[in-house]
Design a protein around this ligand. Sequence first.
Ligand code: CLF
Ligand code: SF4
Length: 493
Amino acid sequence: MSAPVISVESLTGARFSDQLLASANSGGCASSSCGSSTRPDDVDPAIWDKIKDHPCFSEEAHHYFARMHVAVAPACNVQCNYCNRKYDCANESRPGVVSEKLTPDQAVRKVIAVANEVPQLSVLGIAGPGDACYDWEKTKATFERVVREIPDVKLCVSTNGLALPDHVDELADMNVDHVTITINMVDPEVGAKIYPWIFYDHGRYVGIQAARILHERQMLGLEMLSARGILTKINSVMIPGVNDQHLIEVNKWVKQRGAFLHNVMPLISDPAHGTHYGLTGQRGPNAMEMKALQDRLEGGAKLMRHCRQCRADAVGLLGEDRGQEFTLDQIPGELTYDAGKREAYRELVADERRDRLAARSEAIGMVKTTSSGKSLLVAVATKGGGRVNEHFGHAKEFQVYEASPIGINFIGHRKVEQYCLGGWGENATLDGVIAALEGIDVVLCVKIGNCPKDQLADAGIRATDAYGHDYIETAIGAIYAAESGVPALAAIA
Ligand code: CLF
Ligand code: SF4
């Protein structure tokens, strides 16, 4: 096929490629630390085993591992006011995007093509358009073939929950151990403002009755999954004035029923998408409203903060989308599965993760011991591996970390338009990037020119490339310590 080979060098730099070649040539595992020895101290070993390679269920894993989606199940049994069904399912995917729909056979061919080429691939998800549990036969046919032909890819499913209880046992039989349910309400009165109708048990229901049925099925599905040890992520679309305050209650309910993660996503509402909310002027939350709600939810069900609301045919690390390299017309009719690249990558990553975790805990320990009380927001240009390794002008997003006396925590990302294209940067684009970085104290990148650096400084944002290729937490820890008066580690110009 014509898709380029995704090299480990392109992700993480020359040191990685040398290690990758050495481990690949040795024909065996180069590391004594494969797998679970990289487990963070605060995660149960059995849980870690399930999440360590899942980019959505582990923030740490999302620096190393990729997901792909196949859009095989377009039928849906619910109407959400933020969807008009012309696009992907907005419960999991970015609204306004149309994905390439596939038959199960086409989907399996695509998974083999991606697995052969993308070393980071670890998870196959079915996440719209439509509902994977309602359009079950296609979901099941796809998963069964993938289990047979590519057994080392994890399976993941996203659903509105209405048909979920009917298929929990089959999901368990297929070793699906990651399921996402979109739960926007636990009070049917709130639900009636979000769902005009549902289709259930051969009938159509509207209003509060529809919302009540949906709520009961969602809770039942969640309880059934928890009872079987299947990890659940709850997606909630934050709709200001409709369910924003109510999501605190949702968080409590799902925590009580064993949810592993709660992912609050902003409503994206655009009249051009033709949805009810888009056409009636319902706005989505801004970044500060999102953060305020997420901060209020701390202490409840554990929050996911690294979601990118990806496409229903997304391919790659979260935050990148290589789906256009793997459209059907680029995939050969006959393909043989070759696990070589992915196996070599995993060996490499096992060592790297252990090193990074050690560096991370050292940096966090140091930040906790400074007594400045300061809080610092740092935006990092990275293309993966947990390192500062992207040019400022090439970044399409910045990962945002907060350094404070409680440690160094990933708190989200800011999407931007790529500023530098072919060695040339547009001022208007730079203005947009600077606006997207509002509130950020420091930008870390591997390279930045004087012009953008000066304009960032004018906006009160310091930028430095002094920590290029360092681990993110190491770099942030050094800056935090320097700014807190601990003997200088590196200066920010
Ligand atoms: Fe896909 Fe979803 Fe599985 Fe991940 S996505 S089905 S859990 S493999 Fe991930 Fe994408 Fe956010 Fe979804 S970043 S939209 S949370
Ligand atoms: Fe649209 Fe997904 Fe809601 Fe169905 S469940 S109406 S596809 S957002």
